[in-house]
Design a protein around this ligand. Structure first.
Ligand SMILES: [Zn+2]
Length: 301
């Protein structure tokens, strides 16, 4: 299913031996082992992350090849789904990553250097990133009140970022100034499409209910479903495969009515996002006790 090579199988066997090793440890000794070798719960999730990042979808080298328009080869990696992996769901407090789209766009790393030229759309005297950041700060404050661990992220996510959910927050733009409404999408190459679908459904419904804005499912773009921060095959600075994720375009900053709503009702905008995230997070089943072993069992011998 995952097309493992002989070399991968050997690494896999070594990993299994490490996991299954029942070496007697003195008190305190286990804490000094590398995390993926520790015989505890946390170690199981670390082992899974290590396996995904080295075998299933190794972290790229930070020098993505140029995308040449018209060359189907260079865009194939945006269409091919990632291998399926377990949903990232370690025990303990649920962690949420909230990305303020385009924030600190000028500080993007070399592999995302095109982003240094992209502050997003603008309208009403504000750059998109300012509007995104304002809403995100409200979302973060509310989620923290609710007991979640929250990371407020700028346009560049940490390398192989992991959380129980990741949401990228944007505002839309169009040259005519007539388009209105909101959109939600996940990546078309996701490793966890069912979880992403559940997240997107929660966001579509809760955001619409809180804001009264019009959903525009037919206007979801390739830029959303191929969003760079989802693309762990091409970029180092991307969420890890297995992290349930979505991107939301909150409304059109280029439309007078939408803009008015974004500027005057940011708390309603934020609560729509919070309600969607919360509904999804509360629906997650408790984490499996041995995710890597269970996953390898599903892959078969
Ligand atoms: Zn944007």
């Amino acid at each position: 299913m995952t097309g493992l090579s002989r070399r991968d199988l050997l690494r896999l066997a070594a990993g299994l031996v490490a996991l299954g090793a029942s070496v007697p440890l003195r008190r305190g000794e286990a804490d000094e082992l590398p995390c993926h070798l520790r015989p505890n719960h946390c170690g199981e999730w670390e082992a899974l992350a290590h396996y995904i990042d080295t075998v299933i979808l190794p972290i790229p080298d930070g020098n993505p090849p140029p995308l040449i328009p018209g060359n189907p080869e260079s865009f194939a990696e945006f269409r091919r789904p990632f291998p399926r992996v377990p949903v990232w769901n370690p025990p303990g407090p649920q962690r949420v990553g909230i990305q303020a789209g385009h924030w600190r766009y000028d500080q993007s790393p070399d592999e995302l250097k095109n982003n240094r030229l992209n502050p997003g759309t603008s309208g009403g005297g504000k750059a998109e990133w300012e509007v995104n950041l304002d809403v995100c700060e409200r979302v973060v404050a509310r989620l923290e009140e609710l007991g979640y661990v929250v990371d407020l992220l700028d346009g560049t996510v940490p390398i192989r970022y992991r959380a129980h959910v990741f949401l990228s927050v944007h505002a839309d733009g169009d040259v005519t100034g007539t388009l209105r409404g909101y959109k939600v999408a996940s990546s078309r190459f996701s490793a966890t499409p069912e979880a992403d679908q559940a997240l997107c459904t929660a966001l579509w419904e809760e955001y619409g209910a809180a804001t009264g804005l019009t959903p525009q499912p037919n206007q979801v773009s390739n830029r959303m479903t191929g969003y760079y921060a989802f693309n762990a095959r091409r970029y180092q600075h991307a969420i890890a495969p297995g992290v349930p994720h979505a991107i939301i375009e909150m409304a059109f900053l280029t439309n007078a009515q939408d803009r008015e709503f974004l500027f005057r009702q940011p708390n309603r905008v934020a609560s729509g996002i919070v309600n969607g995230l919360r509904r999804y997070l509360e629906s997650i089943e408790p984490s499996p006790p041995a995710p890597l072993r269970q996953f390898l069992g599903e892959l078969g011998p």
